[in-house]
Each structure stands twice: as structure tokens, then as C-alpha cells.
Design a protein around this ligand. Structure first.
Ligand SMILES: Cc1cc2nc3c(=O)[nH]c(=O)nc-3n(C[C@H](O)[C@H](O)[C@H](O)COP(=O)(O)OP(=O)(O)OC[C@H]3O[C@@H](n4cnc5c(N)ncnc54)[C@H](O)[C@@H]3O)c2cc1C
Length: 348
């Protein structure tokens, strides 16, 4: 394809890299700028649930998921015991962000994409050809902190173990090479300080999950994989922006869903054809932005609303007790809630 209008992508996370690689493969002149280095450890459960086969196909992503652990069984723990166990309607690939982003990056560069690392793009409003995949909108006053680390030798009772504690929750899921990723969301405790690799077990223990913290300590945690992020906010959106925003930059879904990556990839897939048409001169920029914004809003709106409504039930003490009472009495509508937060079922 002869590309008359170049595309520039702001942000080298999943949405930006997947879109950039697919555009470059389609012959579009595409530049991607990333504020940091790539790839790097990121705070993420690395559990890709609700990923649609159509998204994989559209972005040509299947080869990039090779070696992923296929996670299906989930166990929900609280108060020191298993409260709920359920099979997911479809397997969720478990793959470290380092691995996935290294593969996407290589794909992007080999296909001819131009990369600019350690460059933070200024916010200049809606610029023709520019796509914002710049991740979640941080809130410096947010009390929420995300922490993660890989364990090289940790046995799990289920493919995904989720542990609810006081002021936080943490997930442990299988990823490639027999590793387990531990990732949690916690209310900030200023009294807890120290290197990243020590913070996660400290926060887990402070939530009352001492036994789980001890398992991590014995599970050969890998300090090089540790990451931390603060300022987490799950209320902001970019639905009213005048520019094209994708992935978390449009709206971040709460982490318990394990669905943020699938949403980011769905957005990239939805933006691909309109951007290819724009790049070849077949569409002007206002038409292109309208089409992409309508597609991503329709795709994400209902799922996000459900995910955000349910999130406090995992964190607020009273709501958490009610949730656990529903689980104990087998009245928790797990399948319905999964469907509501993940969209249509995609049985493999
Ligand atoms: C604690 C926690 C656990 C999670 N667990 C899961 C999980 O298990 N499964 C799941 O699917 N999702 C999970 N998520 C969500 C998932 O990580 C995100 O949904 C996903 O990373 C979104 O991808 P993205 O490309 O939109 O943004 P990101 O991956 O955040 O990438 C955005 C990129 O843009 C760059 N950037 C920002 N501003 C600029 C700028 N001005 N110029 C240049 N570059 C810029 C950033 O440096 C970053 O690299 C979790 C999130 C958290 C916080």
C-alpha cells in the first residue's frame, strides 16, 4: 500500500505496540514514541482474559502468544480459606508483559515501524494521524498502589488464585516457563517502605494474608521482575476527548477483571482499518476519528460500567463480607458477572 498520510502513535504499551505492528505490516508509515524504555517489567496480572479470536486474527497476534500458560481454573480465597472455585468460560493466556512486548516490538521494527524511545509526547490536542495509546490517566491523590513480582517456584491450587484481604487484593497466575506472576492492588500504607521486591510480600501480609505472603517468600521471587505503580484511578475516561484514545487511555478497567489487555487489543483492532484507510487517502481525519471513537465506545462502555460498579465490592469491608456471604451460600452469579465484565462469550 502506498501510504500518503503517516500515523504517529503515542505510547508503547499493548495497544500502541499491537496497533503499530499491524499498521507497519499493512504498509503504513508509522512512528511510535514511548516515554520510557521497552520492554520493561510492568505492574500487571499478565492474565489475558476475554481475548476474542477475532481480535487475535485481526492483529496477527497468535504467534506472539506462543508458550503462554493456558489458565482456566480460578480459586477465590478470603479469611484464610477457599471461598469459591470456578472454571472460566474460556482459557486465559498467561504471558509476561516483558515477553509479549518484546515480541510486538520486534514485529513492529522488522515490519518497518519507526521507534522513538524515552520521548514523552506533549499533549497538543487532536493532531491528524495521531493516536493516543498512552495508558491510564494517573491521579496523584489516589490511595491505590499496584505491585507485582514473578515467582520461579510456586505451586498454585488453581491456575489463578485470587486472595481478598483488608484494603487490597492479590492474584497469582501461571505464566510462561512455569513461572507464577503475583500482582496486587493495595491501599497505600505509608509505614511500609523498602525495595520493590520486598514491598509486595509486606503489603500482602499487612492485608492479613500472612500465609500467602509466606508462600511467596518461599517461591523463589525474582527481584528483576518486580514493579510498582501508584496513582491508580479507575474512574477517569477519555470518551469525551477530541482525539483518538485507545486502551487504558480511553478508560482503565479494574484489575480484578484481568480484561484490560484484551480491551486494549480490541481497541487496536477496531482502529486498524479506519487508520489504514486514512493513511492511503481514502478517508479524512475527522471521519476516521468519528469511526474509531464510535467503535471503541460501543465495544467497551457496558463492560466498563459493570467492572467499575463491582470493584468496590472487592475492597470495601462491608461489601466484601456481603460478596463472601453470597459465595459461601453458592448464590454468587459468577457466570453472569464474568459475562457482564468481559462482553460476549468466546468459547474456544
Ligand atoms: C495492578 C494491576 C493489575 C492488572 N492486571 C491485569 C491482568 O491480569 N490482565 C489484564 O488484561 N490487564 C491487567 N491490568 C490492566 C492492564 O495492565 C492494562 O489494561 C494495559 O496495560 C493497557 O494497555 P495500554 O497499552 O492501554 O497502556 P499501557 O500498557 O499502560 O501503555 C501505555 C504506554 O504509554 C506510555 N506513555 C504515556 N504517556 C506518554 C507520552 N506522553 N508519550 C509517550 N509515551 C507515553 C507509557 O510509558 C506506557 O508505556 C492490570 C492493571 C493493574 C494496575
Amino acid at each position: 500500500m502506498s501510504s500518503t498520510h503517516p500515523i504517529s502513535i503515542v505510547g508503547g504499551g499493548l495497544a500502541g505496540l499491537a496497533l503499530g505492528a499491524a499498521l507497519a505490516r499493512a504498509g503504513v508509515a508509522v512512528t511510535l514514541c514511548e516515554a520510557g524504555r521497552l520492554p520493561r517489567p510492568r505492574v500487571c496480572g499478565e492474565f489475558i482474559s476475554g481475548l476474542k479470536p477475532a481480535t487475535l486474527a485481526r492483529l496477527g497476534l497468535a504467534p506472539h502468544l506462543r508458550g503462554a500458560a493456558m489458565n482456566r481454573s480460578t480459586g477465590w480465597h478470603a479469611g484464610g480459606r477457599l471461598r469459591w472455585a470456578a472454571e472460566l468460560p474460556e482459557a486465559a493466556p498467561g504471558l509476561s508483559r516483558m515477553t509479549l512486548e518484546a515480541r510486538l516490538l520486534e514485529d513492529f521494527v522488522v515490519a518497518g515501524g519507526e521507534l522513538r524511545l524515552n520521548f514523552r509526547a506533549p499533549d497538543s490536542g487532536d493532531v491528524p494521524g495521531q493516536v493516543w495509546a498512552a495508558g491510564r490517566r494517573a491521579d496523584a491523590s489516589s490511595p491505590w498502589l499496584g505491585l507485582k513480582i514473578h515467582c520461579r517456584n510456586l505451586a498454585l491450587d488453581h491456575d489463578l488464585e485470587l486472595h481478598l484481604g483488608r484494603g487490597g487484593y492479590v492474584g497469582a497466575a501461571r505464566i510462561e516457563d512455569g513461572r507464577v506472576n503475583i500482582c496486587g492492588l493495595f491501599r497505600v500504607r505509608p509505614e511500609l517502605r523498602g525495595p520493590r521486591e520486598e514491598l509486595l510480600p509486606a503489603y500482602i501480609a499487612a492485608c492479613g494474608l500472612d500465609k500467602f505472603a509466606a508462600r511467596i517468600a518461599q517461591g523463589d521471587p525474582d527481584p528483576a521482575s518486580a514493579a510498582a505503580v501508584s496513582g491508580l484511578d479507575f474512574t477517569r475516561t477519555g470518551f469525551n476527548d477530541d482525539r483518538v484514545s485507545l486502551g487504558d487511555h480511553l478508560a482503565a478497567t479494574p484489575p480484578y477483571t484481568g480484561h484490560g489487555m484484551a480491551l486494549a487489543l480490541e481497541h487496536a483492532a477496531a482502529a486498524l482499518s479506519p487508520l489504514v484507510a486514512y493513511a492511503s487517502g481514502g478517508k479524512n481525519w475527522p471521519e476516521t476519528t468519528r469511526e474509531i471513537r464510535a467503535a471503541v465506545a460501543t465495544q467497551s462502555g457496558t463492560r466498563l460500567r459493570w467492572a467499575r460498579t463491582l470493584h468496590p465490592w472487592l475492597l470495601h469491608p462491608v461489601k466484601q463480607s456481603l460478596l463472601l456471604a453470597l459465595a459461601d451460600t453458592r448464590l454468587l452469579p459468577f457466570k453472569f458477572l464474568y459475562q457482564a465484565t468481559h462482553g460476549e462469550s468466546v468459547a474456544a
